[in-house]
Design a protein around this ligand. Sequence first.
Ligand code: CAP
Ligand code: MG
Length: 429
Amino acid sequence: MSQYLDFVDLKYKPSSSDLVVLFRIEPAKGISKREAIGRVAAESSNGTWTTLSTLKSHIRKIRARAFEFDGNYVKVAYPIELFELGSIPQLMSSVAGNIFGMKAINNLRLEDIQFSKEYIKSFRGPQYGIEGIRKYMKIKERPMIATVPKPKVGLTTKEHTKVIFDSWVGGVDFAKDDENLTSQNFNKFENRVKAAAKARDHAEKITGEKKDYFINVSAETKEMLRRTKLANEYDFKYVMCDILTVGWSGLQTLREETQDLKQAIHAHRAFHAAFDRNLKHGMSMLTLAKLSRLIGVDNIHIGTVLGKLVGTKEEVIDIEKEIVNQKIKTNPKENILEQNWYNMRDVIPVSSGGLHPGLVPNIIDLLGKDIVIQLGGGIHGHPKGSKYGAMALRQAIDAKLNGISLENYSKNNHELKLALSKWGTSKPV
Ligand code: CAP
Ligand code: MG
């Protein structure tokens, strides 16, 4: 047992290059808190279940130390030497690896990781961020808007292209693929990207606005890179990646590729709730979002508060602050550590999941204007179809930005009126 206590040092002061991890921990019956936190620090750095004849002083020196605990929460400091710079898989195998399965611990949740300057500087971060994307899209102030065709899968390429074309013409900026649409027989990637490029050119001509497409390139890594190149050849600025099902390594490889191709990444977080929904075990969405900022996605889904998927107001706003600000203050109540991003670009928050025009003013009140608002059902469920659904969304945004209530604005804007008559301001469950 004693070897574990070597990993607890309440006098330790983290150095400026250490990484600090905040865990919530519940020891198993019969295990003291001190031993449990020692076990976590040990197993996630260089300790194990027994004493070792191979442990030298230079190895002991770089062990992790649990240095502060308060109730169920513990902070562990990890010397930078424990990590391979620029590698999220290696970081995860350390601080989010074996420790989740230890018998001595009933529950363990990784709440936040504070990255040091040296660690941050070993990653690219986003290539564009809000400023770069606004410039590219020529959209100065209003929230940007996206739509995902529904039904999620099953539309043929022709049907799918018609839905995104109608939506672009109606006023959305970005079309988006659904997380489970990649390259099925009814809508092969090659066919889709080609047809969408033609539709985009046409829609841009009609509207005089820039249009783009979060086309889902998620696949086995080499195939994903091939699809990314293809999207680039058809002049799409963005690619979309299901970052958690593809995995951190796949995402890092994609980020390298997009650097050369000058493309932006839309990060879909399908699978995140398997990590973050349980408040006692797993890993917070805040941490997943921080890892995504380090690697360098340009957009990431953060939730809606009002929509169909889980995520409290505090959580969604905390994630937004973490991905858009340069300096984050510690907030012990919300389990947030201090973080300085050392000039790394910001990530655009995407609010999506069960939204419709009637909820747009609330979303802007909650999250501000520097966001992407994404509607699927809230556009394609419009009584008169996708084009009118997109028009209703633009009208809802115009109303909010001009300080006019949706109801008043809808008097002269029929598309919005129809949307409100279907959904009102209801919150889906
Ligand atoms: C939204 C969506 C998105 C979710 C993802 C869906 O469609 O396409 O994938 O928003 O969740 O499949 O549900 P609707 P999150 O607009 O029709 O709801 O943004 O929370 O990651
Ligand atoms: Mg979806």
